[in-house]
Structures are given as C-alpha cells and as structure tokens.
Design a protein around this ligand. Structure first.
Ligand code: DX5
Ligand code: ZN
Length: 227
C-alpha cells in the first residue's frame, strides 16, 4: 500500500477529502459513490464522542461499513478523549490514517503515534485553531499527517478562521527547513472561495463537508477546491 506522502505526490501535492459529516446519511452509499465519481481523493470521517467535543457522530462499526464501500483511502479524524483506548478498533475498521487531537491528552502523544504505527497505519496529529505549531513540533518527525483545524471542532458548517493560515504556512516552512515529510491537512469551513489561500499557505489535503455535500454539483465543487 502506498504511503500518504506517495499518494499525495501522485496527485501533484494537492488533494480533496470530503467530510462525510455533511452527507445525507439516509443514502450514505450513494453519497460515497458520488463523491468518488466526482474526483474525491480521500474520505474524511469525523468521529466525535460527546465529551472531547459536544457532538456525537460515528463509531468504529460505521467506519468499518464505510470502508467496505469506499474505493479511496479513509482518513479518520478522532475528536475523542482518551484516543489510545480506541485506536486499534479504528485501524481495524479500515482507516488508512488515524488522526487524534493533541488537546485530547496532557501527555503520552508519542505512545499513541507508536501504537498507530505498530498497527500498520499512518499517524495524524490534529491541532485546534488556538494551539500553536510550536506546541507540537517535537512530534513532527514521527507523524505522517498534521491536521490544522480552521474551525473549533464539533460541528460542520462553521466559518473558516483566517488567522490559522499563518500557522499552516509556519508548519509548511518548518517542514521544508527541517527536511521532514508530514502532509498538511486543513479542516473546517473550506469553500471554493477560500481554498486558494489554504493551498498558497501550504495546505495539501483540503477537507470540505458543507461546500461539497450541500452543493448542487459535487464535481465542480471538488475541482474548485483543488484549484
Ligand atoms: C469539524 C470537523 C470537520 C467539518 C468539516 O469538527 O472536523 O471535518 O465537519 O465540515 P465543513 O466543511 O462543513 O466545515
Ligand atoms: Zn474533521
């Protein structure tokens, strides 16, 4: 299986990951087929536990069902307390990348990353809009994905926080300087209008829920976000 880094290189460094949170769940299979046929590169699955964030969404059983339908890799975004308890189940459910939040724990991040790697999966680290890049730099050598949130996690359809763009640039510049290889994913409030600034500042996997699933034409939305 190709690494996230390789997959992204094959796509010239920019990819679009529709967030299923905004899909119509009563026709989920059709929604998945439709975004795939419309050129989606990855599926972004938002797991919320009603504790780390105030919303509750999918568990590993649903991720497993989705992975059986999906023809593209799944990036699972865990917005849960105590991620170590559930990592194995989300890996086994068919995630290609498992992402957990830096803010979900006081310490032990390195251990979680190792756990994900030992299960044969790639590791993503997510940071909230108010967490500085400097707080997580010590983990950059070990992760395959840095997820910079451009909304506070919990719900789809919120407004993009422009101030995060400087953090995306900082993470991108740092990676070049240090010759590291983590991929930068950006998530929250992305639209065809702000996607170019995300890409220009170093965003590589652009997540979009509302802007794709609530649009009339998934293909044109995906193309516009990819640029
Ligand atoms: C927010 C989630 C996002 C969000 C994206 O907590 O992590 O993935 O659903 O949806 P939009 O594009 O609607 O902001
Ligand atoms: Zn997400």
């Amino acid at each position: 299986m190709k690494s996230l880094y390789q997959l992204l290189s094959d796509k010239n460094g920019v990819a679009v990951a529709p967030s299923l949170l905004a899909a119509d769940f009563s026709i989920l299979e059709k929604e998945i087929r439709e975004v795939e046929d419309s050129g989606a590169d990855f599926l972004h699955i938002d797991v919320m536990d009603g504790h780390f964030v105030p919303n509750i969404t999918f568990g590993p059983m649903i991720v497993s069902a989705i992975s059986k339908l999906a023809g593209i890799p799944i990036i699972t975004h865990l917005m849960i307390t105590d991620p170590g308890k559930y990592i194995e189940r989300f890996v086994k459910a068919g995630s290609s990348v498992v992402t957990f939040h830096f803010e979900a724990m006081e310490s032990g991040h390195q251990k979680i990353i190792e756990m994900i790697h030992d299960l044969g999966c790639e590791a993503g680290l997510a940071i909230n809009p108010d967490t500085p890049v400097s707080a997580v730099k010590h983990l950059f050598e070990d992760i395959e994905l840095l997820l910079t949130m451009t909304v506070f996690p919990g719900f789809g359809g919120k407004g993009f926080i422009d101030e995060v763009l400087v953090k995306i640039k900082e993470a991108s510049d740092y990676r070049e300087k240090q010759n590291l290889s983590y991929v930068i994913e950006v998530d929250g409030g992305i639209t065809p209008d702000n996607a170019s600034s995300v890409r220009e500042n170093g965003g590589q996997i652009l997540v979009a829920g509302t802007a794709i699933f609530r649009s009339k034409n998934y293909n044109s939305s995906i193309l516009a976000i990819r640029g």
